[in-house]
Design a protein around this ligand. Structure first.
Ligand SMILES: [Zn+2]
Ligand SMILES: [Zn+2]
Length: 479
């Protein structure tokens, strides 16, 4: 069985108004090089069933309104820009129009997405390909997950998927809408109202494991890392508002409210999409508090923070696609720096690795657009990020040998399927994760990688990456 720390199971279905979140499974015939242009389902429940997914942390995520305007100034995009936006997002023109209305409300959309999961849980669906009956359940605590694992062990023909809620972007709570004609948009609620909404989330029946504190547009409280490649930025004329800024004082108060254990269930912070400055601000504010750091759908950039020029364009990433890279990784600051790998390890946190080609590596590494490589090399693309995380821990002098081997407890899959990504070829959807697991298993058994295993059995390590680490994290952090 497998587990995934981050995917968008209903992102497309919810905007098409489907009542049912299960689809007849149909294997995508397109390789992912072209998938951006021909949308297909990457992580709907049927695809996940075929992919043998037992635990999934779904990202609840209404798209940000500002993504559908130029420059945050309320100017409507022209036809060409809209066309680019449909290609980039996979949404239809009609959907884009809805996001641009002043009635579009991130928070009510978040509630609707949650309701869709809750309404559809426990409904049994026959998965023809497997000859098995499947259902999913939104879980409330670790003991619910244990029940599902027991159910799956005891039943051959009936299976369940455990769904854990997470939220991607503080904007979901009611910030970051466009102020049309510079008039305050009432969907952008006050700081106090945000605090109250956090209180509600912390006390609802279906708990939230973590909240990704920002996304690609500024939410007013936390600087974000640049996420979009230049070609999209240029055509869509996106504003740089918030890019590479840090955490505001009110942002820190919101974080402390989320983390507080006395006013409801703790909601952890996921540092993905935060700018390097915001991440450093966050690590400083939780230092010594025993809070595990989640980085849910990441890649590494292979760099030390020391290498970042700290002048005007502070933490501005180099785009290796344009500049030619210093290493084989994607060097943008949206990815993890070496020092952060150690900070997350010491926090007993989790790093979920994305399957997006662009997050995992640079163009310098080889052809990315066409599947000339075969699955093994694409699996290596994914494994290179694993290797770097492990090597970084092994080289760190502040860690004991026993602490170094714990690096294998924090790496997992955070696929970001259906999060508008271009997955590594050969693994375009959740049903391909068992193949990816098999390929990674082969790589782990190669002689050259023995040293990385630090005495662990490769099969044990494989099970950790693809299931166990998420399960163990939930054992300690989802009660
Ligand atoms: Zn994301
Ligand atoms: Zn996502």
């Amino acid at each position: 069985m497998l587990a995934d720390l981050h995917c968008h199971t209903v992102l497309h279905t919810i905007f098409k108004g489907y009542e049912d979140v299960w689809f007849d499974f149909e294997k995508p015939y397109m390789e992912s090089g072209t998938s951006r242009f021909i949308p297909y389902m990457q992580s709907d429940f049927s695809t996940m069933a075929v992919g043998n997914i037992e635990i999934v942390v779904v990202a609840l995520h209404p798209p940000e309104q500002k993504k559908f305007f130029n420059n945050n100034d309320g100017n409507l995009m022209g036809f060409l820009e809209m066309l680019v936006a449909t290609i980039f997002t996979g949404f239809t023109l009609k959907q884009l129009q809805d996001f641009r209305k002043d009635s579009y409300n991130h928070y009510s959309q978040l509630m609707a997405e949650m309701d869709l999961y809750i309404k559809n849980q426990n409904i049994v669906k026959r998965i023809k390909e497997l000859g098995k009956d499947y259902s999913f359940k939104v879980v409330k605590n670790f003991s619910d997950i244990q029940d599902i694992i027991q159910f799956n062990t005891q039943n051959k023909d009936k299976k369940q998927i455990a769904v854990v809620f997470s939220v991607e972007g503080l904007h979901c709570l009611g910030t970051g809408h466009l102020n049309f004609n510079d008039i305050h948009n009432p969907n952008n609620v006050s700081f106090n109202e945000l605090m109250q909404r956090i209180d509600k989330l912390k006390n609802q029946a279906y708990p939230i494991l973590h909240l990704t504190f920002t996304h690609v547009m500024h939410n007013g409280y936390c600087g974000q890392a640049r996420a979009l490649v230049d070609k999209f930025n240029k055509v869509l004329k996106y504003s740089n508002e918030g890019i590479n800024q840090g955490l505001s004082e009110n942002g820190k108060l919101l974080i402390n409210k989320l983390l507080d254990k006395t006013s409801g269930r703790r909601i952890l912070i996921d540092v993905k999409h935060m700018s390097l400055q915001s991440r450093l601000d966050y690590y400083a504010m939780i230092n010594g508090r025993g809070i595990p750091i989640v980085a849910s759908h990441m890649g590494v950039n292979g760099l030390s923070i020391q290498s970042v020029p700290q002048n005007a364009g502070k933490y501005e990433p180099q785009d290796p696609d344009i500049e030619g890279g210093k290493n084989d990784f994607n060097q943008w600051s949206i990815n993890l720096y070496n020092e952060e790998i150690i900070i997350i390890l010491k926090s007993k946190g989790l790093i979920g690795l994305n399957v997006d080609q662009r997050i995992l590596g640079s163009k310098a590494k080889g052809p990315r657009k066409i599947n000339l490589w075969g699955d093994k090399r694409w699996a290596n693309f994914f494994f290179d990020n694993i290797r770097h995380i492990v090597q970084t821990a092994m080289a760190d002098v502040s860690l004991s040998e026993a602490e170094k081997v714990k690096v294998w407890d924090m790496i997992c899959v955070g696929s970001d399927y259906d999060g508008l990504i271009n997955p590594i070829d050969g693994f375009p959807a959740a049903n391909d994760l068992p193949d990816l697991k098999q390929q990674i298993g082969k790589i782990l058994k190669e002689d050259a990688n023995k040293i990385l295993l630090q005495g662990l059995n490769p099969d044990v390590v494989l099970a950790k990456i693809f299931h166990r680490n998420i399960l163990e994290f939930l054992r300690y952090n989802f009660n």
